[in-house]
Design a binder for this molecule. Sequence first.
Ligand code: NAI
Length: 283
Amino acid sequence: MAEKSYGLLEGKKGVIFGALNEQSIAWAIAEAVHREGGRFILSNAPVAKRLGTLEKLAEKTGSPIIWADATNNDDLMALFQQARETFGPLDFIVHSIGMGLNIRKNRPYEDLNYDWYIKTLDISAISLHRIIHCALKQEALADGASIVTLSYIGAQRTFSKYSEMGDAKALLESIVRSWGYRLGKRRIRINAISQSPTPTTAGSGIEGFDAMYEFAQRVAPLGNADAKSCADYTVTLLSDLTRMVTMQTLYHDGGFSSMGISDELIETLAEALGVKQPNEAGS
Ligand code: NAI
């Protein structure tokens, strides 16, 4: 993470959803926003309370915590009412929430439990819709505010083990575009950052995560982007410097999304599969 503050978020106030522990992308985002002079409320699901880690971040950044289930409109309405009373209209929202129930319970894509599937979509995608809906109802968003959510390239391409989460991310990115049009009237911006595989609680919960991480690491020219660099990128999107950027899925992945295959992966695969390289075959 950049050590130096550029003061990019001086005077800005917002809500950051989804910091669970020090590995969380939202945790790194909160630290970077704090470094840049932004103030915020931290929020997570009430079930995360018992872990007792968010208090540490709250103390470090001087932030209040409001517990809210992002699939519950009553919780969100109460949160934004309190947020408006604390800060006045908000300048930013960070949505860093996701969970795949079938993935967690090892149900394959061919045999989904549909109650869990609906819950996965609700937590990982529809929650963004709800958050914006409730923030607007409570008149808690300032004109020109910026909203950022976290996505993954599994929204566009099939990563077999990403299963139902690919569908959730596709819906999430569509919600970004659908709201983006409507929020534009008030110059409110909304974008999704499509992030590299990152070793977090949610990330490591995906079967095959380590292999997906290593694959992307070997293909991306810059290697995988970590949570801290994602946080720095998020800061730019919350700042006024990107005021004309909206409705985008922005890849923060070290170049992975523009690659096919790399020399390193070809060599690794050739060795693992015992495939002869042309020079070995004498051609
Ligand atoms: P994480 O496990 O630290 O964060 C996920 C958060 O969602 C947790 O704080 C969890 O408590 C919260 N959450 C779950 N259900 C909730 C509910 N009902 N209400 C409110 N909060 C709820 O993991 P990570 O990786 O930091 O995830 C953040 C976002 O980044 C997610 O959207 C994830 O899909 C996305 N992402 C993660 C990648 C990775 O490889 N870790 C790659 C690309 C995107």
